[in-house]
Unconditional design. Structure first.
Length: 364
C-alpha cells in the first residue's frame, strides 16, 4: 500500500534525510492545507536543517489548528531556546510537562537551561548541532542497525588487518582524509622555487626551506583540525615564488578544508592581524563580536557595517562590511552586541566577511 506524503516524510526524517522530506511535503501542500500533522512534520524537518524561520512559520500554522501537542510545543520551545529567549522556552517546557510529566526532552532542556543557559553555551550548542537534543524526537534511525552490523563484521577482521596499522605510514596520516597523493615529489623537494618569477610578480619571497616548511605546516594543521592554520599556509604558498606544482597541490589541499562552527574554530585572528596582511587570511574564518550599523536588507539577504570590538561601546578595533545570504531569525537588533562567524573575502582589494553564523543574546 502506498504511503501518504506525511508517512513518507517521517520515514525520510528517521533516516535524517530532511531535505527530501521537505521536498515530499512541499510537493503535496495543496492536499494538507488544514492538516496539523502536515505543518508540525514540515516544521520539525525545517528545524533540523537549521531553517528556523520556516520552522517557526509551519509551527504557527500547526498551532492555529491544535495548540496542545507535545511535539509542537517542543519545536516551538527549541526555537525560543535557539534565540536565547530562555524565559519563553522555560514556559513552553513547563507547559509540556503539564501534558506529559515524564517527557525526558523537556526535563533535559530545563536542566540544560538551569546549568548552561548562558550566551556562550547556547551559541555553541546551536552552531555545533548539539541543540538538536532538545528538538522533537524522531523515529529510530534504521541506518544505525546497519552500522552496528558493519562494526561487528569489521571487528571480526580486525585481527587480520592489525598489521596494516603498525606498518609505518605517511607522516600526515590521521582520521581525516589521506593526503599521501599530495606529498611533495623528490624533484619538488629539491627545487621548490619557481625561478622564472620576478619579485614584483609575487607577494611573498620565500627560501627553499620556508616553502617546504610552509607546505608541511599546512598538512600538519589540516590533520590537527586547524583548517584556519592550514589556509594561512596555503595562501602563503600560492602567493609566493613556490613552484607551480607545489602551488597546485596547495590549492588541492584547500579543497579538503571544512567550514567551522563557533565551537570548532581552533585558531582565530584579530581584525588587526587581518588588516595588516589581508592576502594571508583570505578564506579563513573569524569569530568577531561587535555592533552593526548601516543595515540593508533584501528579500533573502542582508548586509551591514560591523564595528568589531565595540560590544562594550568603548573601543572599535576595526570596521568591516558583512554580507549574509540569509535573513536571521529573529531580526538583528542594532542596539545589542552581535557575534559573527564569517569567511574573510576580498572585493577589489577590500576585505569583507561572508557570514556563516550569527548570534545575538536578546537579553543583553
Amino acid at each position: 500500500m502506498k504511503k501518504s506524503a506525511i508517512e513518507t516524510a517521517k520515514s525520510l526524517m528517521a533516516r535524517r534525510d530532511f531535505g527530501k522530506a521537505i521536498k515530499v511535503l512541499q510537493s503535496r501542500s495543496e492536499n494538507y492545507e488544514e492538516s496539523f500533522d502536515y505543518y508540525c512534520t514540515l516544521g520539525t524537518a525545517c528545524l533540523y536543517i537549521g531553517d528556523a524561520g520556516s520552522a517557526n512559520y509551519n509551527f504557527e500554522c500547526a498551532r492555529k489548528i491544535k495548540m496542545n501537542d507535545v511535539s509542537l510545543l517542543l519545536g516551538q520551545a527549541a526555537i525560543f531556546l535557539r534565540r536565547g529567549d530562555t524565559e519563553r522556552a522555560v514556559q513552553y517546557y513547563l507547559d509540556i510537562l503539564d501534558f506529559e510529566p515524564q517527557c525526558k526532552t523537556a526535563k533535559n532542556a530545563l536542566e540544560f537551561i538551569r546549568v548552561h543557559g548562558d550566551y556562550e553555551t547556547i551559541c555553541k550548542w546551536v552552531d555545533s548541532g548539539k541543540i538538536e537534543h532538545f528538538y522533537p524526537p524522531l523515529k529510530f534511525n534504521p541506518k544505525v542497525i546497519f552500522f552496528i552490523l558493519l562494526a561487528a563484521v569489521c571487528g571480526i577482521f580486525f585481527g587480520i588487518l592489525i598489521t596494516d596499522f603498525i606498518i609505518p605510514k605517511n607522516v600526515y596520516k590521521s582520521e581525516r582524509a589521506d593526503l599521501t597523493s599530495l606529498a611533495l615529489t623528490v624533484d619538488e623537494k629539491k627545487f621548490p622555487k619557481e625561478n622564472s618569477l620576478m619579485q614584483e610578480q609575487v607577494h611573498y619571497i620565500l627560501s627553499d626551506k620556508q616553502i617546504k616548511e610552509s607546505y608541511d605546516k599546512a598538512q600538519i594543521c589540516f590533520h590537527e583540525y586547524n583548517d584556519n592554520g592550514a589556509q594561512v599556509e596555503i595562501n602563503r604558498i600560492i602567493n609566493s615564488n613556490a613552484a607551480s606544482g607545489i602551488q597546485h597541490k596547495a590549492r588541492l589541499l584547500m579543497g579538503y578544508l571544512k567550514e567551522p562552527a563557533f565551537d570548532s574554530l581552533k585558531e582565530n585572528f584579530s581584525i588587526e592581524q587581518v588588516n595588516k596582511d589581508p592576502l594571508l587570511y583570505i578564506d579563513c574564518f573569524v569569530d568577531w563580536s561587535g555592533r552593526i550599523s548601516n543595515e540593508v536588507k533584501t528579500e533573502n539577504s542582508e548586509k551591514f557595517t560591523f564595528l568589531v570590538g565595540y560590544e562594550d561601546l568603548k573601543n572599535v578595533q576595526g570596521v568591516v562590511d558583512v554580507q549574509l545570504d540569509f535573513l536571521p531569525v529573529p531580526e538583528l537588533d542594532s542596539s545589542r552586541p552581535v557575534r559573527i562567524l564569517g569567511r574573510i573575502c576580498s572585493d577589489g582589494g577590500k576585505i569583507y566577511l561572508r557570514c556563516k553564523s550569527v548570534y545575538q543574546n536578546i537579553y543583553n
